[in-house]
Design a protein around this ligand. Structure first.
Ligand code: ATP
Ligand code: MG
Length: 444
């Protein structure tokens, strides 16, 4: 045994873990799987690899741990599982991001979904991460050009802001998200499609992003038929990718469609693990999960880039007080509420101005611009207060000069809300000023 290469080989072999723990399936309820033999080494959230009798593999996660064994939440329905099937630990869920991933579509575990090989980056990152400490974060950055007069003026979006688009089903959340994605300039776009229909994944990548848009984007997708853990991780992986590019000094535009499906997937996983649904069907851990995810977006530390986050929020039965919508309104720096009645009238984006708020105001606009915004809001509010009277034909024009202006403004303003911008926010404020002049809401 004096051959140096043999000695080297021997030392390498001795470094390898000779024994690899193997667990065995002891029971399954058709949804989760109980495994014994891995409880001493497994950690919550670790990945597991189950080897069926026929040689096929079923991946899953450690959902619960006890002295007697662990519970596995599989990525797919546990069909053809037999007692004593072998289960092995597969480590923490990690991704190896790399700038070459731009232009690609991946699943929450970093597996390519577009049929081409994906080159892993040199560093492995856990997909869970902490938000930057509040005191070391920058403030919100400059106002971004959104492509819409409405958002450039009344509801500005600034660099590093986190905005929610709230609406019931089919009111235009995804379409608005895709319009903003095409208009807002950023170094990198990350899009998480959580629990969407398979058709929508293709629609976003082919029609919305197109070949040129996709060059600067990474799409992370977990369709509605994937496991709850995959849907939770879809948002987290997208966030981790956004953090990776942010830490490299870039401005990242992160879209999550939808964050409600993230909360619902968390609920499914938590209830399978035995959590009690106490918050109108959601387990008590839901607010912490949502808050942590939202906090990871936003302005970065000094010397790094920023993550501007735009999240769609599905509001069941348009009830803005339902738990997920209520939590998110408190956490985010702005909420855009879409109104089904406006969509039914064909007004897109169907934004309800009075209910929507951008917390980047008043700082995001100068004094003259803030004055224009305040005048427009007053007229919209005045019209709304009396709209039932006006619509019923019970108002005689000339009775209330302010209401006359508000009625005139309503007609012009609907056009303004739908109009797109050609040259930037200066043009949008000029268009708003002209709307106010035309209805008598201000003097020249
Ligand atoms: N800007 C628009 N112009 C014309 N039609 C629109 C526009 N935005 C939305 N729509 C109409 O509304 C429908 C639903 O839009 P979208 O899929 O964006 O809604 P959603 O709120 O994301 O729905 P879901 O809750 O099902 O995800 C579209 O199929 C289209 O008919
Ligand atoms: Mg949608």
């Amino acid at each position: 045994m004096h051959n140096p290469s043999l000695i080297q080989l021997k030392s390498k072999v001795s470094d390898i873990d000779r024994a690899r723990a193997v667990g065995r399936v002891v029971s399954t309820d058709g949804h989760t799987i109980c495994v014994s033999g891995l409880e001493d080494e497994a950690r919550l959230g670790d990945r597991l690899r189950l080897l069926r009798n026929d040689g096929s593999i079923l991946m899953g996660d450690v959902l619960c741990l006890s002295g007697d064994g662990l519970t596995m939440l599989p990525d797919a329905l546990p069909q053809r599982i037999a007692l004593a099937d072998r289960v092995m630990l597969s480590g923490r869920p990690l991704i190896h991001p790399d700038p070459s991933w731009l232009g690609r579509i991946i699943d929450p575990y970093g597996t390519p979904l577009d049929g081409k090989p994906l080159v892993p980056g040199p560093v492995a990152l856990e997909i869970e991460n902490e938000p930057p400490p509040a005191v070391s974060r920058k403030s919100l950055g400059e106002r971004l050009d959104t492509g819409f007069h409405l958002f450039n003026t009344m509801l500005p979006i600034t660099r590093g802001q986190r905005v929610g688009i709230f609406a019931g089903s089919g009111v235009g959340k995804s379409t608005l998200l895709s319009d903003l994605m095409q208009s807002i300039e950023a170094d990198v776009v990350i899009l998480a499609l959580v629990g969407e229909r398979g058709r929508e994944i293709n629609n976003f990548t082919q029609k919305v992003l197109g070949q040129s848009g996709l060059k600067h984007a990474i799409v992370v997708a977990a369709s509605a038929d994937t496991s709850p853990n995959a849907r939770v991780r879809c948002s987290m992986t997208a966030m981790r990718l956004a953090e990776f590019f942010r830490d490299a000094g870039q401005h990242v535009l992160l879209f999550i469609d939808s964050i409600t499906r993230f909360a619902e997937a968390h609920r499914e996983a938590a209830i399978s693990a035995g959590a009690f649904p106490s918050l109108r069907g959601f387990p008590p851990s839901t607010p912490a999960q949502i808050t942590k995810l939202a906090e990871r977006a936003g302005p970065g530390r000094f010397g790094t880039g920023d993550i501007t986050g735009i999240f769609s929020v599905l509001v069941a039965a348009s009830d803005m007080n339902e738990p997920v919508a209520d939590m998110l309104r408190g956490v985010l720096d702005g909420h855009v509420i879409l109104d089904r009645r406006l969509a039914e009238r064909g007004q897109f984006p169907a934004v309800s101005i009075l209910q929507s708020v951008s917390r980047s105001l008043p700082e995001a606009a100068n004094a003259v611009e803030n004055d224009l915004i305040a005048r427009a809001r007053r007229l919209v509010s005045k019209y709304q207060d009396s709209s039932a009277l006006v619509d019923a034909g019970l108002y005689t024009s000339g009775t209330d000069p302010e209401l006359d202006k508000a009625i005139a403004f309503d007609r012009i303003f609907s056009e303004f809300c739908m109009s797109r911008v050609v040259s930037g926010s200066g043009e949008s404020f000029e268009a708003l000023r002209l709307c106010l002049l035309r209805c008598g809401g201000m003097k020249d």
